[in-house]
Design a protein around this ligand. Structure first.
Ligand SMILES: [Fe+2]
Ligand SMILES: [Fe+2]
Length: 264
């Protein structure tokens, strides 16, 4: 199974990259399933129902989230409930939305996706991602051998430890949240693909998505200005995974980094 996973799609810049380029990427790389982290797409925080529909139109099958997901909870409380849009599974006491899903391809094959948040440097009330991941992966394995974990976390140590803890139990552990793509993609000894951070699909010429000048002003002058999403330097960050059909083990992980120019 060939899977494309896109790092945090940020603001209108990220949305426009998907609108203008995702269909050609899916076809060029013979992608069968597309997963995108979209915790920052609605003006930097969360995702709306309207944007979710557009994502599906562009070719995204499953949407994952992170620490900003619950800033726009409407998408999780729609009637009928929206399928395959996730927020972190280990948000304690959160009843809205789902943290894992099993997606069925048109030919009947299945892929499970799990979304988790790390605990290092996060204030949210979170259950242990290690314990939660192990239990849900075990449960999902009854239905499918293809399991992808989006681990939305700050610390690379926590990410590399979760990946090794789950090695051989899931197809991939992919880090998100920092908006900076790391160059440490690899397949762990028991067949789990790993990267510390997939990166961001949004404006690279920014402070991880926000307008540089405002963020520099905050650092230099402790100015309390409201940050606004940037749009300069459209960049797509993702990974393409190749997963063995019978075992669910990863056979390849390839990074994507692409800069674009918008036509006016
Ligand atoms: Fe993010
Ligand atoms: Fe985040």
């Amino acid at each position: 199974m060939r899977i494309l996973f896109l790092g945090d799609v940020f603001g209108s810049c990220g949305k426009r990259i998907l609108a203008e380029h995702l269909p050609e990427i899916l076809s060029e790389h013979a992608i069968e399933v597309c997963i995108a982290n979209a915790e920052n797409v609605a003006g930097g925080k969360g995702i709306t129902l309207n944007i979710l529909k557009k994502f599906h139109k562009y070719g995204v099958d499953i949407v994952t989230g992170g620490n900003h997901s619950m800033s726009r909870p409407e998408v999780f409380t729609e009637t009928p409930p929206q399928k395959h849009v996730l927020r972190p599974l280990n948000l304690r006491h959160e009843e809205r939305g789902e943290g894992s899903t099993v997606f069925t391809l048109s030919d009947g094959r299945k892929i499970g996706v799990i979304n988790l948040c790390g605990r290092t440097y996060f204030n949210e009330d979170l259950e242990c991602p290690f314990t939660v991941a192990k239990a849900i992966a075990q449960h999902m394995a009854v239905e499918t051998a293809h399991i992808i974990v989006d681990f939305h976390a700050e610390a690379t140590s926590e990410k590399v430890c979760l990946a090794n803890y789950l090695d051989g139990r899931v197809s991939a552990v992919l880090g998100t949240h920092t908006h900076v793509q790391t160059a440490d993609e690899r397949i762990l000894p028991k067949g789990t693909a790993y990267i510390s951070d997939v990166g961001m699909t949004g404006p690279e010429d920014s402070a991880i998505g926000m307008k540089l000048k405002q963020v520099i002003d905050r650092f230099v002058n402790q100015a309390h200005v409201r940050f606004q999403p940037a749009s300069a330097g459209p960049m797509l960050n993702g990974v393409i995974l190749e997963i063995d059909e019978s075992t669910g083990k990863a056979t390849a992980i390839q990074r994507l980094y692409q800069r674009y120019r918008f036509k006016s």
